[in-house]
Design a protein. Structure first.
Length: 227
């Protein structure tokens, strides 16, 4: 109820009036059943405009830090993230990664939509980077399709490091669902997981025509931070 209220009554109409977002391929999102929306990640506001332009609710996995802030700012952040359907996860690795995987699988088990950024973090420079295999494991274990999604111009509206968005138009391009049922039962094979993750990234690259670099975005961020 809270999600619906924020999307259709409180936040959604205001954002649509100000930023005039457009969408192509909305019919490619399954009308029912679980599915993964695999998106490129250019800006903080990707998690706002993607669910805004989808008719069904979308749950995103967001780092738990966003839900633990104190004071008025912390409260406002929690409210915002809950309003946009985001779920807190611990990204510290190990058992935390397994818990994150299980959180995503629980969303899919309810036959809902799960939004994932396969790169694992925002692109530091607008390029598309290598996908993590967690999305492949979720798709195979839950036996759901993966729908490639490309966010357009969100980095122009709210670049990394800025607190407030600029006024401008953003877009969402949704591709045809990818079916990985041929790999059923092979979610424990790391070579299969790598192949599935790579196929997802190829679909994203073709859909958005971003320049692709076959390294992890997190590695690029680390390298840039050391300069």
């Amino acid at each position: 109820m809270f999600y619906w209220l924020m999307k259709y009554i409180v936040i959604g109409p205001v954002l649509k009036a100000i930023f005039r977002p457009w969408v192509v391929g909305r019919a490619n999102v399954p009308a029912q059943g679980g599915a993964i929306l695999a998106s490129n990640h250019l800006s903080f506001i990707d998690s706002v405009f993607l669910p805004l332009m989808i008719d069904r609710p979308v749950a995103f996995l967001a780092k738990s830090d966003y839900f633990t802030g104190k004071g008025i700012k912390g409260w406002a952040t929690r409210v915002f993230f809950k309003a946009t359907g985001q779920l807190p996860i611990d990204r510290s690795g190990g058992k935390a990664s397994e818990a994150s995987l299980n959180t995503g699988l629980s969303v899919l088990a309810r036959e809902d939509l799960l939004g994932i950024y396969p790169e694992g973090t925002r692109s530091p420079d607008g390029k598309l980077y290598r996908g993590r295999t967690g999305i492949a494991r979720m798709a195979l274990e839950a036996r759901v399709p993966v729908v490639p999604v490309v966010m357009v111009d969100t980095s122009q509206i709210m670049p990394i490091g800025t607190r407030l968005p600029r006024i401008g138009r953003v877009g969402v391009v949704i591709g045809e669902p990818l079916d990985f049922s041929r790999f059923a039962g092979l979610e424990g094979d790391r070579y299969v997981l790598r192949s599935v993750a790579d196929e997802i990234m190829v679909a994203l690259q073709r859909l958005g025509e971003q320049e692709y670099e076959d390294v992890y975005a997190s590695s690029v961020k680390d390298r840039l931070a050391r300069r």
